[in-house]
Design a protein around this ligand. Sequence first.
Ligand code: GLN
Length: 488
Amino acid sequence: MTEEITQWSIIETRRRLAKKEINAIELVETYLKRINSLNPSLNAFITVCEELALKEARYYVDHPDKLVEKPLGGVPIAIKDCLCTEGIRTTCGSKILESFVPPYNATVVEKLLQAGAIIIGKTNMDEFAMGSSTEHSYFGPARNPWDTSRVPGGSSGGSAVAVAACLCPGAIGTDTGGSIRQPAAFCGIVGMKPTYGRVSRYGLIAFASSLDQAGPMARNVQDTALLLQVISGYDPKDTTSILKEVPPYCEEMKKPVRNLRLGIPKEYFAKGIDSSIEEAIRQALRVYENLGARIVDISLPHTEYGVAAYYIIAPAEASSNLARYDGVKYGFRAEIPSPDLIHMYLETRSRGFGSEVKRRIMLGTYALSSGYYDAYYHKASQVRNLIRKDFEEAFLTCDAIIAPVTPVAPFLIGEKLDDPLSMYLSDVYTLPASLAGIPGVSVPCGFSPEGLPIGMQILGNYFQEDLLLRLAYIFEQETGLSPKYPSI
Ligand code: GLN
């Protein structure tokens, strides 16, 4: 029974709570029990909010009317540890914020609480969201529940593991260059990166401000749509959030998908792609063709420059964003023998940041330094524009783009750790959409011969989240490929 409860989708959980087949305290206790038994090996959570979650659950047991009123009333949700949670430690996967307790909630968190969600815990992540494997977490790597010797992807690896291993029915991740889509693909769940500006960044600890975007992760498309609906919308506290009505995604998702033109970018099937991934995507195309979609060959000619442009722009923004961690205002401060401010700054940053974060700060500082700015940052921004134009042109001939999420299957823990370039290159298919700011969803589309999940990426034009959800939903209905549960 315990296992069955934790396999319920968000919508199913809501329905059972409303029908009083289970109460919120029993539900939270069931999840806490599963987390206590599995988290030591999976390392999905940095912090488990045992007391607070039970307190919230008690509130919904005492106020059943409130539970019914709210779209997520009584449902446990996990939050990536880079989103500020009032009174709950928020580490960003870093030693430098190991003991940081924010005095306020991120807007995304506030919206989830307003919608009745119960925060069950804060999930593991690469330090400051820099990484593709969750191995750069100060709190140790999270493990892929389909094969615990492999990475779950990153940087939202903890959120993906928590959802895939049924430690919660849904979670929030963040995506700067693929960090929702790639771990969703590696763990066999659904994950969406919304259009830049769709979801408020207020209270999201900044990595690269022009790219960062929070989004939903769940085991099916309907749950993903519901979470997206809750967290989306304009926020006066974030000047880059966009004043645009939020469509009722859960209803939009069920509309038919007739006469659609699906673009297949030839650059996304270049050499280096794993043959089982290519085959899974080609099979998926047949599913759409059978539904009456027209497949059109397209070209996104600047794809190959995405990695180079991103790894200038993101570190440049990070080097500036991370300047605030100096031991004075937040978290960790190095104790030094003599009271010398500069020495304290240096020691704090040298001991507080991990090696990947330091590498990015150095890269970014170098790229922005006078004399190099034009050659690097300015050039990378021009390339970013070309990538944006690639998509603009592609969307003249197709309605959405179908592509792989990654060229490779989940790799072994440690396999790429000493080779940052090879880790960066694995982001090749997720970075362009981030640079352009368009939305993308990752949906399970099969398994490799070793039994590892494969994800398909559906990309759309700005604010076409509803279309992406429709395409993902119909695929899920046709193939029955999600949800699937790893045996742990
Ligand atoms: N893997 C990419 C990086 O390391 C993207 C990370 C992200 O989206 N947060 O920067």
